[in-house]
Design a protein around this ligand. Structure first.
Ligand SMILES: C[S@@+](CC[C@H](N)C(=O)[O-])C[C@H]1O[C@@H](n2cnc3c(N)ncnc32)[C@H](O)[C@@H]1O
Length: 193
């Protein structure tokens, strides 16, 4: 299983967040939705061996954790506006117990460390300046952790350090979150081929 985890520091937790303003008043929800597409989609289908966890930390009711699981998803399309509706459904009834709101789409209340512990079991922190992925021995069954357009907060970095995360870079320049995920998939696809 390939696992990704993306943190949306301002991503809205309002079940009525606007579908027409994902990059604005929805708190850069577009970054998380594009990351989900990169994690889950192939040109002609879904990566059934991949899942992504999205942590929504924006107002009014953070933290919310949404998990999209490739092998369970039905009718998942590249259109991020439609996929935003899937996220909105998970925000309606908050519970610490994870609930499947539609096939492959799970929602719950979970903090950053709780979300890490639901993913795991080993972690790779994707960041510029980390060990070059082309030379890195990647732990098996790792969760790849990314941020949005903000750096991870100090306590989030600490949580990763405590779990022995390996810092890995995918190249010499800062990329968008979804592009970094695409490079990780490509590296793993090549190693598996
Ligand atoms: C837009 S970047 C984060 C903000 C960035 N530091 C900036 O200057 O705006 C989004 C995320 O993609 C990942 N990322 C971007 N470039 C990367 C690289 N060269 N190597 C590894 N991960 C990268 C990191 O996880 C990062 O948190």
């Amino acid at each position: 299983m390939r696992r990704f985890f993306a943190v949306g520091h301002r991503a809205s937790t309002d079940p009525g967040f606007p579908l027409d303003d994902l990059a604005g008043s929805a708190g850069r929800m577009d970054i998380l939705l594009n990351a989900a597409n990169a994690a889950l989609l192939l040109a002609h289908g879904i990566r059934r061996d991949s899942e992504i966890g999205l942590l929504l930390l924006g107002p009014p009711a953070p933290p919310r954790f949404v998990r999209l699981v490739g092998f369970r998803l039905k009718s998942y399309q590249p259109d991020i506006r439609s996929n935003a509706s899937l996220i909105r459904q998970t925000l309606v009834d908050a519970s610490r117990v994870e609930h499947e709101f539609s096939p492959g789409v799970y929602g719950s209340i979970a903090t950053f460390p709780e979300a890490l512990d639901r993913l795991g079991p080993t972690f790779v922190a994707l960041r510029e300046g980390g060990k070059d992925i082309r030379q890195a021995a990647l732990p098996s069954d790792a969760t790849f952790v990314l941020s949005d357009n903000q750096e991870l907060a100090a306590d989030e970095e600490g949580g990763l350090r405590d779990r022995g995360a390996l810092a890995v870079g995918v190249g010499p320049v800062a990329l968008h979150t979804d592009h970094a995920i695409a490079i990780v998939h490509n590296e793993l696809d090549r190693r598996g081929a």
